[in-house]
Design a protein around this ligand. Structure first.
Ligand code: 13P
Length: 339
């Protein structure tokens, strides 16, 4: 087993998943504005440090994705954030893309930038303790989109990124996110996701990326959030698994879903249903941002001195999602009494 394959498996196996805490400063400011907390580097650290030092980390979180600001911060007691995460046993990850920018040639779509100087930045992040990375591409569904141009240019960038990351001895998370926005049905999401995944793996192979040393972070197959036709969790699970089986090469060790705007319970329940019918060798787990943090963040907005319960709420969500990776979650187990 190669070192990269081992690292990937450590992050996604044994009932563990990923805490995506890599919101850019802009996104984190939006989240903090919504709970009326000033978005200062200190406040961003207080909330994140609370999550990273909670009980839930040790048993349920295999990896944490950080933003550049956070990987360089230290706690009041003098530990660096990478030290704090290492103590929990989780692997340190870092978001390395520079964001999704308007795609010249198809200005209603986005292409993710950040390849310039990436080799040098990766060396720096490795020294800071990072052993895996993230790059996110986004695709909008409309009647005309995503265009072939958006699908091809994002796949090319993802593959160049992944090859550079493996060269630097880290595991790349490949994240092609087909967004939930729109009134399309679940079949449309399936069709677009299949095309996007196919192109990504074509490019990853062309760039000689060792798929055993990667993790895929995809969207689940869902109807658009403006769609009139609701889908049941059983249908979502079936279509998601089918799409992955048909379009992701078997060498990929782990698939960690993004939550993408689902509620906390939806994200947990859908992951549980997917694992109930998982007949593949993929470890199927979570790499959630909002679906792990939302309740904890809301509580913190109202009770800023009570970090203990912020940690309890987060640990509970981590545990529930861990149960879902083992297909052992139930609605009853999810009831918690902190308001
Ligand atoms: P959400 O789970 O909130 O979609 O965030 C995951 C993520 O890291 C998106 O890049």
């Amino acid at each position: 087993m190669t070192e990269l394959n081992q690292t990937a498996l450590k992050i996604v196996s044994n009932g563990k998943g990923i805490l995506a805490a890599d919101e850019s400063t802009g996104t984190m400011t939006k989240r903090l504005d919504s709970i009326n907390v000033a978005s200062s580097p200190e406040n961003r650290l207080i909330f994140r440090e609370a999550l990273f030092s909670s009980n839930g980390m040790e048993n349920f979180i295999g990896g944490v994705i950080l933003f550049d600001e956070t990987i360089k911060q230290s706690t009041k007691s003098g530990n660096s954030i990478p030290e704090l995460i290492n103590q929990s046993g989780a692997v340190i990850g870092i978001k390395v893309d520079a964001g999704a920018k308007i795609l010249a040639g198809s200005p209603e779509e986005k292409v993710t930038e950040g390849l310039d100087g990436l080799r040098e930045r990766l060396t720096e992040y490795y020294k800071l303790g990072a052993r895996f990375t993230k790059w996110r591409a986004v695709y909008n569904i409309t009647e005309k989109h995503p265009s072939e141009l958006a699908i091809k240019s994002n796949a090319h960038a993802l593959a160049r990124y992944a090859a550079l990351v493996q060269e630097a001895n880290m595991v790349p998370i490949v994240e092609p996110e087909v967004l939930m926005d729109g009134d399309h049905d679940i079949n449309k999401c399936y069709e677009v996701t299949a095309k996007v995944l196919n192109e990504c793996y074509k490019e990853l192979k062309l760039h000689n990326v060792d798929l055993k040393g990667t993790i895929l972070k995809p969207n689940m197959i869902l109807p658009g959030n403006g769609s009139k036709n609701e889908s049941r969790t059983g249908e979502i699970a079936k279509m998601t698994l089918k799409c992955l089986k048909e379009n992701v090469p078997g060498e990929v060790p782990g698939i960690a879903f993004l939550s993408g705007g689902q509620t906390e319970i939806e994200a947990t329940q859908n992951l549980n249903e997917i694992n109930k019918i998982n007949d593949t060798n993929f470890a199927l787990t979570f790499s959630y941002g909002r679906a792990l943090q939302q309740s904890a963040l809301q509580y913190w907005g109202k009770n800023q001195e009570d970090l203990v319960n912020v940690q309890e709420i987060f640990s509970h969500r981590a545990k529930m999602n861990s149960l879902s990776t083992l297909a052992r979650w139930t609605e009853n187990l999810d009831k918690i009494n902190i308001q």
